[in-house]
Design a protein. Structure first.
Length: 158
């Protein structure tokens, strides 16, 4: 089976009891830009990556929203592998699954997100042909981050 390659960590999502308290806490320690907010969540910008703070006042271990976002070279291949090994994809708008220990992993396609590896690192990983979608390029350009021009050819067959 031709597998997708893990490219890097796109984001980490932490569960907090209160978004405002969490932002105040992290604001005491770090200077940061708020990327945005959405329905019980706040997103702290880390350049081309982010920290997601997910509010869940009733969360007990393991929190249902806690996860990390793994950027991959080909999201469709991951979905095929999950299916081939009878690993359940969680019912939401993302490609999320649980590992055997209950850790939640959210798979995102490198081409579709702001996360950007240096060209030298991509070449080292034999991924120098990976590109960015027009939407991801625009998000990066709006931040003033120059993007090497390689057109994305994402496999959207998932």
């Amino acid at each position: 089976m031709n597998k997708a390659q893990a490219v890097g960590i796109n984001h980490v999502a932490l569960v907090v009891g209160d978004i405002e308290e969490a932002l105040a806490f992290y604001g005491k320690l770090f200077q940061f830009q708020l990327r945005g907010r959405s329905d019980g969540a706040a997103f702290i910008d880390l350049g081309d990556q982010f920290l997601a703070l997910m509010e869940d006042r009733e969360a007990k271990a393991p929190p249902r929203h806690q996860h990390f976002g793994l950027a991959v070279s080909n999201k469709a291949r991951v979905k095929q592998a999950l299916s081939a090994f009878d690993i359940e994809v969680l019912d939401n708008r993302f490609l999320d699954f649980l590992d055997p220990w209950g850790n939640r992993i959210q798979v995102v396609d490198y081409s579709e997100i702001q996360f950007l590896k240096a060209p030298q690192v991509l070449a080292y990983m034999n991924l120098d042909d990976l590109g960015k979608s027009p939407e991801a390029r625009q998000e990066l350009l709006e931040k003033g981050i120059a993007v090497p021009h390689t057109d994305a050819k994402p496999d959207r067959s998932y």
